[in-house]
Design a protein around this ligand. Structure first.
Ligand code: IPM
Ligand code: MN
Length: 350
């Protein structure tokens, strides 16, 4: 029995999660596994009523599940940062989900904004460190509000934190078994403390993985290669901030936020899976948002709870409809409603 926590969240989150849960129900019957869910009410609506984001009891309870399925966090009436920090980052940190795994896969070249690139050219995975760096919230104001104000924001990188991320990336590259190439994305020419550590750890761990070839790319150059030569990449490992930035570009290269999913992974604990686009308030309750990113997140969740066959079946169904049915991956342009896409995925499950 799999025990799955659901956080539908804000905006279009509940709609896309509902489609994911329809698919989960269908695939559980097909592959004979049982699960139960519990929904957690976290997000802007609750915050506006109670000033509460997620409380400690809920965090503790989340630790008892097999996985967490998240819709989206972000509300137009709540000041930016409160819900993101209070719910999403709090959960990532409290559950020590130190990896943010973000596959960038093009399922249909018609939806790729890059000229002359095919499905096989856009097929890589970003392993983003998810617990440290600039996201640690370290820093200070000096002389706040005066003309002499200084705002300091520190990137915090521990040897242990960097090493566990780099090791995960090497292991993942081996298991993925494609080009067996791992690129470190950094900024060694400017961030001479943080990426000096990253580079040293990367080179040291690489010695244990002689079956894997390695590369290094500065983050600015990485964004250039994503557009010019995405086929160069297999797996990329990077810090929290750079990982955040390059995976939005990655999402566009794979066809947009409508299809981009990610996992906040604690390899020794409870992981959380989410579509990486936001809560898209303007599309809320219009039945136009693309639920495929959430359905791809479900596929990652299934793999994480060791329902690999079900995970593959969901991904295959997504590929099939993206190749043969959808007019676009963008909200309102798919040629189908949100709920119809969920039904289509279920029809294409084998
Ligand atoms: C993401 C998001 C979050 C992040 C925000 C909402 C805090 O952009 O998951 O990429 O910066 O990590
Ligand atoms: Mn982001």
């Amino acid at each position: 029995m799999h025990n799955i926590a659901i956080i539908p969240g804000d905006g279009t989150g509940p709609e896309v999660v509902a489609e994911g849960l329809k698919v989960l129900e269908a695939v559980s019957k097909m592959y004979n596994f049982e699960y139960k869910t519990k929904t957690f009410n976290c997000g802007g609506e609750r915050y506006l009523k109670t000033k509460e984001t997620i409380n400690d009891a809920e965090i503790e309870e989340l630790k008892t599940f097999d996985a967490i399925y998240l819709g989206a966090i972000g509300h137009p009436d709540v000041k930016p940062g409160i819900l993101e920090e209070g719910i999403l980052l709090k959960t990532r940190f409290a559950l020590d989900q130190y990896i943010n795994l973000r596959p960038v896969t093009l399922y249909n070249k018609e939806f790729c904004p890059l000229k002359d690139k095919n499905e096989e050219d856009v097929d890589f995975v970003v392993v983003r460190e998810n617990s440290e760096g600039l996201y640690k919230g370290m820093g200070e104001f000096r002389n706040k509000g005066t003309l002499d104000e200084v705002a300091i924001q520190t990137s915090y990188n521990t040897r242990k934190g960097v090493e566990r991320c780099v090791r995960y990336a090497f292991e993942y590259t081996r298991k993925r078994n494609k080009r067996k190439n791992l690129t470190l994305c950094g900024k060694t020419n400017v961030l001479t403390y943080a990426f000096d550590l990253w580079q040293r750890v990367f080179d040291e761990v690489a010695k244990e993985y002689t079956d894997i070839t390695t590369d290094y790319a500065h983050v600015d150059a990485t964004t250039m290669w994503f557009v010019k030569n995405p086929e160069w990449f297999d797996v990329i490992v990077t810090d929290n901030m750079f990982g955040d930035i390059i995976t939005d570009l990655g999402a566009m290269v794979q066809g947009g936020m409508g299809i981009a999913a990610g996992g906040n992974i604690n390899p020794e604990g409870v992981s959380m899976f989410e579509p990486i686009g936001g809560s898209a308030p303007k599309y809320t309750r219009k039945n136009v948002i693309n639920p495929l990113a959430a359905i791809c997140a479900l596929s990652m969740l299934l793999e994480n709870i060791k329902e690999e066959k079900a995970a593959q079946a969901v991904e295959a169904a997504v590929i099939s409809i993206v190749k043969t049915k959808l007019k676009s991956l963008g909200a309102g342009k798919m040629g189908y409603s949100t709920a119809e896409i969920g039904d289509l995925v279920i029809d294409h499950l084998k």
